[in-house]
Design a protein around this ligand. Structure first.
Ligand code: SAM
Ligand code: DTB
Ligand code: SF4
Length: 351
């Protein structure tokens, strides 16, 4: 790949080094031979169990080969349809099976949603994710409204993500045509532990939705939740499932359970934050080119624990006061943290 020499174009001092680094990063990303999809569960377990200093060192080494270590992508969520979901996901305040203090809200007006995205873009946010408490995407007027939202957000130059539940191939194609760049659908946990958390749909249905998303040429955002009472071997099982998807999900959200009153998991003991660090580092090593997102749960993590997550290879966060229905650190807190670490938000490269 060509390097930029001193005197090339109108480069500012330091700019050519930055461009060369970015080109190296891109060259690495395109080196798909370096990516493995045949990880064995024992290998994943061995990585997960590596002494922490060595694990973080290995994750950092991989991270620097594929990504800018001082950059973090900011992504904003909005709940476009809230509560009353027919699924029984034990962690979720939006399930109609439980009695969490969440106000039900029908599908929002597309122009209102696009307005929120516009404000986010003005604050430098590069990815916008619209979530709906649906088991599956409905047909008809509601789907048309979602398509209108996707078109409007896409026109702002952002990466556009949706998480709407199960999806058919035809719906995925229509979302792609409207400008959707990513679809979030989580495996949540290991296949073995899954049945203790959700009974209304099976693991294979999730895998089928992910396949429909891939087939339509939309990038995949797929991860899970830690701290639901699973064993470390279940966290390893989830990471093994994700790392053996081919291609790897481009985005891997690692959520720490937000314990919400009224849900069956409300009194789950708090997860050791170092388990988040281990899971993130393992995800980084297994899926080097993916964005690993430190997703829900940042409110419960100290700035030092969040810093360790970044050192372990997390390079994306949700920003804004709210996730879908639960609180998230505010913009001032996040800005202060990133500034104190000398980290910067990733600039937009939607498309
Ligand atoms: N209904 C759609 C679905 O489940 O695919 C989309 C919205 S759903 C709220 C998106 C994801 O949020 C879930 O897959 C789950 O991983 C995450 N989530 C929901 N409640 C959570 C909680 N209390 N703590 C952490 N993550 C949570
Ligand atoms: C993901 O993995 N985490 C986000 C996003 N994808 C949609 C959602 C977190 C939701 C946390 C609980 C809530 O705010 O309702
Ligand atoms: Fe419904 Fe999604 Fe919540 Fe499950 S996680 S109850 S599918 S909104």
């Amino acid at each position: 790949m060509k390097s930029y020499e001193a005197g090339d174009g109108n480069c500012q001092p330091g700019e050519k080094e930055r461009m060369n680094r970015e080109m190296d990063v891109l060259a690495q990303r395109s080196n798909t031979r370096a990516l493995r999809h045949d990880w064995k569960k024992g290998e994943v377990q061995a990585i997960y169990d590596t002494p922490l200093p060595e694990l973080v060192y290995r994750a950092q080494t991989v991270h620097r080969e594929f990504h800018e270590p001082d950059r973090v992508q900011t992504c904003q969520l909005i709940s476009i349809k809230t509560g009353g979901c027919p699924e029984d996901c034990a962690y979720c305040p939006q399930s109609a099976h439980y009695d969490a203090d969440v106000e039900r809200q029908g599908l929002l007006d597309p122009q209102q949603v696009i307005g929120v995205a516009r404000q986010a873009v003005e604050r430098g946010v590069t990815r916008f994710c619209m979530g709906a408490a649906w088991r599956e995407v409905p047909q008809g007027r509601e789907f048309d409204k979602v398509l209108e939202m996707v078109r409007g957000v896409s026109a702002l130059g952002m990466e556009v993500c949706c998480t709407l539940g199960m999806l058919t191939e035809e719906q995925a194609t229509r979302l792609k045509e409207a400008g959707l760049t990513a679809y979030n659908h989580n495996l949540d946990t290991s296949p073995e532990f899954y049945g203790s958390i959700i009974t209304t749909r099976v693991y294979d249905e999730r895998l089928r939705t992910l396949a429909a998303v891939r087939k339509a040429g939309i990038t995949v955002c797929c991860g899970g939740i830690l701290g639901m009472g699973e064993k470390a071997s279940d966290r390893v099982g989830l990471l093994h499932q994700l790392a053996t998807l081919e291609p790897h999900p481009e985005s891997v959200p690692i959520n720490m359970l937000v314990r919400v009153e009224g849900t069956p998991l409300a009194s789950m003991p708090a997860l050791d934050p170092l388990e988040m660090v281990r899971a993130i580092a393992t995800a980084r090593i297994l899926m080097p080119s993916s964005r690993v997102r430190l997703a829900a749960g940042r409110k419960q993590l100290s700035p030092e624990a969040v810093t360790l997550c970044f050192l372990a290879g997390a390079n994306s966060i949700f920003v804004g006061e709210k996730l879908l229905t639960t609180p998230n650190p505010g913009p001032d807190e996040d800005e202060q943290l990133l500034q104190s670490l000398g980290m910067k938000p990733l600039e937009s490269h939607a498309g």
